[in-house]
Design a protein around this ligand. Structure first.
Ligand code: SF4
Length: 413
């Protein structure tokens, strides 16, 4: 290291939780004790400017800058002279993600603070929380505790695509909870054609904290490129835990803090079922893959990692996931209707040790074929996971093709 270089800052699990600071099952009194009421002394433009300065990116998986999303709805509302709609999305269709339901159970008031504040600033006509029906009693209690009647709840399905933005809108309008062939942005025309802000519930909770404590406080966690903290669901050996980690956390440090020895880890799935595998533990869990400040950053997606120990066959686990994704598709577009089932069949054949040397090439070709062809990112993201398995587990691929894989492919996870 040169004399002038800065030593790397290692970031992992937060020492003091932010989002869950009020404690388990926090009610209105505990919430106010911990965070106090939303400040009244700041004007709406001041709050908007703090949100923009915070650099907060959406925590639902898309990582889109939240302030830009809000500004787009503001502009569309002014243009169309229609009052917007604000929706907190806690649908959490990703099977490995449990952080939104944890947040809605233990910090519903922080989410409601963010929702109500955003709705007030935007002059929203309606505001909603979209979440699975099992969470509604907790949310109704929270609304009753604060005497709030302006927020409606919408029950979402629990399947993989139900949390996708256009699927949420479709189901709120009485249609199927499946992605739509969207033309245009929800900010221009979302629920019933109104300018619509749809943001993940964790994102709303961060907005509530930034409005209280400022953008510079928010930026004391994370990095310049990936500021703040995020909730991370960590799966290991059939169990999961949710932790609050710094933006761009070092994966190796998170594992160390969770007392998972690097030697016991075969690989890590980063970003959930639409994510990618890595065997390199010196990566950062970031908002996006293209974090130019940290080329070794991988997108944490909706905030999910799955640790794979050495007793698991990585190709069999990948096959399970691709099969799930193929069955989860809405089968409305060609890549989902034809491409994903074929991809799932080829990955399964590889996992089951069919000695067909053409399988990897077929999987790569199918992956390239479906990319960018669907109305949503489901086929692209599913193919990316399959291709990442071929790249990361090339030795295992060779062992499967030669019939020398030693894993029991029947017992996964
Ligand atoms: S690409 Fe697949 S999941 Fe997406 S809208 Fe089309 S059929 Fe549905």
């Amino acid at each position: 290291m040169s004399a002038t270089s800065t030593p790397p800052v290692h970031r992992g699990v937060l020492e003091e939780p932010r989002l869950l600071a009020a404690g388990p099952g926090a009610g209105w009194a505990e919430h106010l004790d911990c965070f106090g009421p939303l400040p009244q002394e700041y004007s709406d433009p001041q709050i908007l400017s703090e949100w923009e300065a915070s650099g907060l990116a959406g925590r639902g998986g898309g990582a889109f800058p939240t302030a830009r999303k809000i500004a787009a709805v503001q502009r569309a509302a002014a243009r169309s002279r229609r009052a917007p709609v604000v929706i907190g999305n806690g649908s959490e269709g990703e099977p490995l993600s449990f952080k939104d339901q944890l947040l809605l159970r233990h910090a519903p008031h922080l989410v409601l603070d963010g929702l109500l504040l955003t709705a007030r600033i935007l002059g929203a006509r309606e505001s909603y929380i979209a979440a699975k029906s099992g969470l509604h009693p907790r949310l109704l209690d929270a609304l009753a505790e604060r005497g709030e009647t302006s927020v409606s709840l919408h029950a979402t399905d629990s399947h993989f695509l139900a949390g996708q933005a256009t699927a949420v809108i479709s189901s709120m309008e009485g249609g199927p909870s499946l992605p739509r062939h969207a033309s245009g942005h929800l900010s221009d025309a979302g629920l019933a054609g109104a300018p619509t802000l749809l943001v993940n519930v964790e994102t709303l909770a961060h907005l509530a904290l930034i409005a209280r404590y400022s953008s510079s406080w928010f930026r004391t966690a994370g990095t310049a490129a990936d500021p703040g903290s995020r909730l991370l669901t960590v799966h290991d050996q059939g169990r999961y835990q949710v932790h609050e980690v710094h933006g761009s956390s070092d994966l190796s440090l998170v594992l160390e803090q969770l007392q998972i020895s690097a030697a016991s880890v075969q690989a890590v799935l980063i970003g959930g079922y639409h994510g990618q595998w890595t065997i390199d533990l010196d990566v950062r869990l970031s908002a996006a893959n293209d974090d130019r400040h940290h080329p070794a950053a991988l997108a944490a997606g909706a905030g999910v990692i799955e640790i794979m120990r050495h007793d698991i066959c990585p190709l069999a686990r990948t096959s399970q996931i691709i099969d799930y994704l193929a069955r989860a598709s809405a089968r409305q577009c060609g890549p989902c209707l034809h491409g994903l089932p074929t991809l799932a069949r080829d990955v399964q054949a590889l996992a089951q040790r069919f000695a067909d040397p053409k399988l990897p090439e077929q999987i790569n070709r199918l992956g390239a074929l479906v990319a960018g062809r669907g109305s949503c990112h489901h086929p692209d993201a599913s193919a990316r996971l399959a291709i990442s398995a071929l790249q990361v587990f090339d030795d295992e691929v060779a062992a499967h093709l030669s019939g020398t894989c030693h894993h029991n492919t029947q017992e996964q996870r």
